[in-house]
Design a protein around this ligand. Structure first.
Ligand code: ADP
Length: 349
């Protein structure tokens, strides 16, 4: 169903994205593919459809499950639970490996002590078979173990020809920071990777998507209402799906709008909370910066003035630059504009 709110796994349920899926399928023998795009744009769906069509063995590691500043135990637990879904496929190359214990349908990677297995060794063993290692929201791997994970991926890139890594990320700048493809010090510096960038649908495609979804379930929705949804959600398929579902549940367009803004507000508050953990002042600055941007302060000087008014004190240019860079790297804004208009609306609150 086109409006199913879970990530799609079959092409019939996925609107458009044929080019991207073919791109993944025809480049899957490369060591590294990266799928980027803002939240709700359809990265996981596109990835899963391509993987299912390929019919190759793959493991999916959902890095969203890692908390900030995760430790080695958290990382290994995530790997263990992810690989436990493919025990049958990997048991041949992993049984008997030091640091790996396989019991029935579960795998455990030992994370500490002499009996542990390093990630690089794990990849070398997995290389005994053809395997795709997909990581969703890979930027969440940033943290104290960044270097170790990056080095293990770089090692596999160079030596493990049977492995393909497909990484997705919605905080695109942070993802590239983690990979270090532009950082001379990083082992992945200058390495080729196949890149898939998912963009929002143009207005007409978005309208077509909604019409097709409504038709599929024989829902009669007026052109005017369809248009309003498209206008508000700006061709972002995840929001269009969300909006269509709330609308079909009987909400009015205005209510649908408010519910979406509420969801976005919650996500923004989570972001601010991570800043607040640095300090109360930093948290407040980000909140004010988002509000200023949402109110249309779309240049360096306008934003600077607005922030100084809000804070009641002057702000150094390096502090402001830092805020802008971080918001850009998290794919919240680009050129002082919100990439997701719902985030913009929510930031006004
Ligand atoms: P992302 O991984 O980029 O956050 P998801 O793949 O999780 O995005 O998609 C978010 C929501 O939007 C899901 O409900 C998914 O089913 C829907 N969706 C995304 N892209 C499409 C598409 N091209 N066709 C139909 N539904 C889509």
């Amino acid at each position: 169903m086109l409006f199913d709110e879970r990530p799609k796994t079959r092409r019939q349920e996925l609107f458009d994205r044929d080019i991207e899926i073919e791109g993944i399928k025809s480049n899957v023998d490369r060591p590294l593919l990266v799928i980027s795009g803002i939240r709700r744009i359809g990265k996981t769906s596109t990835l899963l459809v391509a993987l299912n069509e390929l019919g190759r063995d793959y493991v999916l590691i959902d890095c969203r499950k890692l908390k900030e500043n995760y430790g080695r135990q958290d990382l290994y637990n995530l790997f263990s639970s992810s690989f436990s879904t493919v025990v049958d496929k990997v048991k041949g190359v992993l049984s008997g490996v030091r640091g790996v214990s396989i019991l029935g349908n579960s795998i455990e990677f030992k994370w500490k002590g002499r009996d542990s297995v390093s990630l690089a060794d794990l990849f070398d063993h997995l290389n005994g078979k053809r395997l795709i290692i997909a990581m969703d929201e890979t930027q969440k791997l940033r943290g104290p173990l960044s270097k170790e994970v990056r080095e293990a991926i770089a090692h596999a890139y160079d030596y493990d020809r049977n492995l393909t890594f497909i990484l997705t990320g919605s905080e695109v700048g942070l993802l590239y920071d983690f990979l270090g493809v532009e950082d001379r010090e990083s082992p992945l510096y200058g390495r080729y990777y196949y890149q898939i960038t998912l963009d929002r649908f143009e207005k007409e495609r978005a309208t077509e998507f909604l019409r097709k979804g409504f038709d599929e379930i024989s829902a009669k929705v007026s052109d005017e209402e369809t248009e309003k949804l498209v206008e508000f959600f700006d061709g972002i398929p995840g929001w269009l799906t969300f909006g269509a579902n709330r609308f079909l549940e009987g909400r009015k367009i205005e209510e649908v709008r408010e519910i979406a803004i509420d969801v976005a507000l919650n996500e923004i508050e989570n972001l601010i909370e991570t800043k607040r953990r640095v300090s109360e002042i930093v948290g407040r600055r980000y909140k004010n910066a988002l509000k200023c941007l949402a109110l249309g302060e779309n240049s360096w000087s306008k934003l600077s003035n607005c922030l100084q008014r809000a804070e009641g004190s002057t702000m150094s240019s390096s502090v402001l630059e830092n805020i802008i860079t971080n918001l850009e790297k998290s794919s919240i804004i680009k050129d002082y504009e919100f990439l997701d208009p719902i985030y913009g609306e929510a930031s006004k609150r």
